[in-house]
Design a protein around this ligand. Structure first.
Ligand SMILES: *Cc1c(COP(=O)(O)O)cnc(C)c1O
Length: 379
């Protein structure tokens, strides 16, 4: 937790727009994850907040990583410090999963030397992997229900359950090894039933594969989706963990390794943004403020991630519903049409909390405005 006074001081020191990452909070989140889900090894989904300092802190705290592109793979690989090259080679599956079911052949060719663990969900990908990364271990990505998730992730990826075992057997026929099954229940999932359904479906796939003679699977990857506590409607993580623990222990024998790919859950609460009012007007009778940060930058999560980040003032005073805009010329660059704010002046600072996931990671340089400077504290 970073105090308002410290945030303000950091902004005065570094300028705005600013994004502050609290590494104590990163460590707290991974500790909670490992404590409540003791059987599950977390692979941090790097896309939620791709940064070498974050990778290092989470690695030291025991995290592995989920990557989805060659630059993400290299970001992780280069930052797995204190590990001799030979050991890295053996540890690669323990530390990295390449969890994008569709991979360019150039990427597969480059990945092959690492004997990576990669996901797939279709016939053409099996063919690609056989030709370009035959040393890879495979994980079948299953299409599962995303009901009630803030961000839907099943329309683009995942094999239909009815085709899953056929794909596993085809990969086997082509000389590849399928190590297990993965799924993603949708990001910011507050409908915990999705995990129960997906785990039961996975157990069915395991049973069908076994009955058709395939017995090499030994891992289940339960994906991401673990919700950040953005507001009081999100039930506590330990409740979700209790449900997941009871299902995995009931459905999968002890020797089956359980992986997860939390993204948002690790970084959301660790991020704070501070920006400055660069202009002020009254539009349709409403106080309207223009910031040096907006939806093309740190607030990009409001577009891509369907998440809302309330803007708060350091100043106190009687509040009025106010509009808050970003600095670009695009009328889409609206942070809020109704945030309760006191009367603010040009050069005043404002901030947002829990803005660490899918925010600065998807910032652009549109219209010539640079993304926020990222500052790490409590490293
Ligand atoms: C984005 C993504 C994640 C992370 O999801 P969160 O909801 O942020 O936990 C995990 N796995 C895959 C395959 C993803 O695409």
């Amino acid at each position: 937790m970073i105090s308002k006074a410290r945030l303000k001081k950091l902004a005065e020191e570094h300028g705005t727009p600013l994004l502050v990452v609290d590494h104590d909070e990163l460590r707290k989140n991974i500790r909670a994850f490992r404590r409540y889900l003791p059987r599950v090894q977390p692979y941090f989904a790097v896309k939620a907040g791709a940064d070498p300092a974050i990778v290092r802190t989470l690695f030291e705290a025991g995290s592995s990583f989920d990557v989805a592109s060659m630059p993400e793979f290299e970001l992780v690989y280069d930052n797995i410090r204190d590990m001799p090259a030979r050991e890295r080679q053996q540890w690669i599956w323990d530390k990295i999963i390449y969890a994008n079911p569709i991979k360019p052949v150039e990427t597969l060719a480059e990945l092959d030397q690492y004997k990576p663990l990669v996901t797939f969900d279709n016939l053409d990908e099996i063919e690609k992997i056989r030709r370009h990364a035959p040393r890879a271990g495979l994980v079948l990505r299953l299409k599962v229900s995303n009901t009630g998730a803030m961000v839907e992730l099943s329309s683009k990826f995942g094999a239909p359950p009815a085709e899953a075992v056929d794909l596993i057997l085809e990969a086997d026929r082509q000389g590849l090894v399928v190590e297990g099954v993965s799924f993603h229940v949708g990001s910011q999932t507050t409908n915990f039933e999705n995990y129960v359904e997906a785990l039961n479906l996975t157990a069915d796939i395991y049973a069908e594969a076994q009955s058709r003679g395939y017995t090499k699977m030994n891992l289940v990857d339960i994906g991401g989706g673990f919700p950040a506590p953005y507001d009081s409607t999100v039930r506590p993580f330990r409740e979700l963990a209790r449900i997941i623990n009871s299902e995995i222990n009931r459905l999968f024998p002890k020797h089956i390794e359980i992986l997860a790919e939390p993204g948002r859950f690790f970084v959301a609460t660790a991020g704070y943004s501070v920006s400055k009012i660069i202009g002020k007007s009254v539009r349709d009778g409403k106080p309207s403020y223009y910031l040096d940060d907006g939806v093309y930058h740190t607030y990009s999560g409001q577009i891509f991630d369907h998440c809302k980040y309330p803007v708060k003032a350091f100043k106190r005073g009687r509040t009025r519903l106010s509009a808050v805009f970003g600095p670009t010329c695009d009328a889409l660059d609206v942070i809020s049409m109704a945030d309760p704010l006191p009367d603010l002046a040009r050069d005043d600072l404002v901030y947002s909390e829990m803005i660490g996931a899918y925010t600065w990671a998807s910032a652009t340089t549109f219209n010539g405005f640079s993304p926020a400077k990222v500052v790490h504290v409590n490293q």
